[in-house]
Design a protein around this ligand. Structure first.
Ligand SMILES: N[C@@H](CCC(=O)N[C@@H](CS)C(=O)NCC(=O)O)C(=O)O
Length: 226
């Protein structure tokens, strides 16, 4: 198999790329990175010294491709499928890139800050950083609520890379920082994302690892039935 995606099945940024692969039925093999295993961790660092996952290895091209948005664009360029996730129209494409960045930077990143603070060694928590992450999520949720008014997906009528980013970000963000009662567009959007086959499949594959999630106790019951 030419494409190998190095992942962890519970990791939200890995979900973003898995969703893109499933949307276009691109054949690939996934390999789980075990950060607690020095051999597995150092093999990842050899491929991408930053040490983040996911990382794609394209054996046919002899290339390593890191960074979720770049991986998805690379897949579209080199392994195009029936569901392009970046539109060809340049203005529409800019909007997709903007909202992809938005979900990564202003939803996923603060969500990760809140989650990882829970597993810091005792006495090394960062209450100021967590409060700031919650404030960022409040701002982001209000902006997404407005953005979704009158359109089903993040940038319009079509499911795109921005929605891949949104799905992985909002699934976990909702657990650690729920939407307010008035944020009905956000709630409908999350429901719609969770009903999509590529996303159901990704979450289904993550479910056996939910016990490892530091906020497992706060997971909505319906997440367990996806
Ligand atoms: N900007 C990166 C973010 C990737 C990222 O933060 N991945 C997390 C997993 S969801 C990770 O590798 N965490 C492990 C670490 O930082 O050591 C991307 O889009 O690929």
């Amino acid at each position: 198999m030419a494409l190998i995606l190095y992942i962890h099945p519970l990791a939200s940024f890995c979900h973003k790329v898995l969703i893109a692969l499933y949307e276009n039925a691109i054949p690939f093999r996934s390999e789980t990175v075990d950060f607690s295993n020095p051999a597995s961790a150092s093999a990842l660092l050899e491929r991408w010294p930053v040490g983040n996952i996911p990382v794609l290895h394209d054996g046919a091209a002899g290339r390593i491709i890191p960074e979720t948005s770049i991986i998805i664009e690379y897949l579209q360029q080199n392994y195009p499928g029936p569901a392009p996730l970046l539109p060809s129209d340049t203005e529409a494409r800019l909007q997709v890139r903007l909202w992809d960045r938005f979900f990564d930077l202003y939803v996923s990143t603060p969500m990760q800050k809140i989650v990882t603070d829970r597993i810091r060694p005792s006495g090394q928590n960062d209450p100021h950083g967590v409060a700031s992450a919650r404030a960022t999520l409040d701002t982001a949720y209000a902006m997404i609520e407005r953005q979704l008014s009158g359109q089903p997906w993040a940038t319009g009528e079509t499911f795109t890379m921005a929605d891949c980013s949104a799905a992985s970000a909002l699934f976990f963000a909702f657990i650690v920082h729920p939407f307010t009662a008035g944020q009905t567009n956000l709630q409908t959007y999350l429901d719609q994302l969770l009903a999509r086959p590529s996303i159901r499949r990704t979450i289904g594959e993550a479910r056996p690892f939910f016990e490892m999630f530091p906020y497992r106790d706060a997971m909505p019951a319906r997440y367990l039935a996806i």
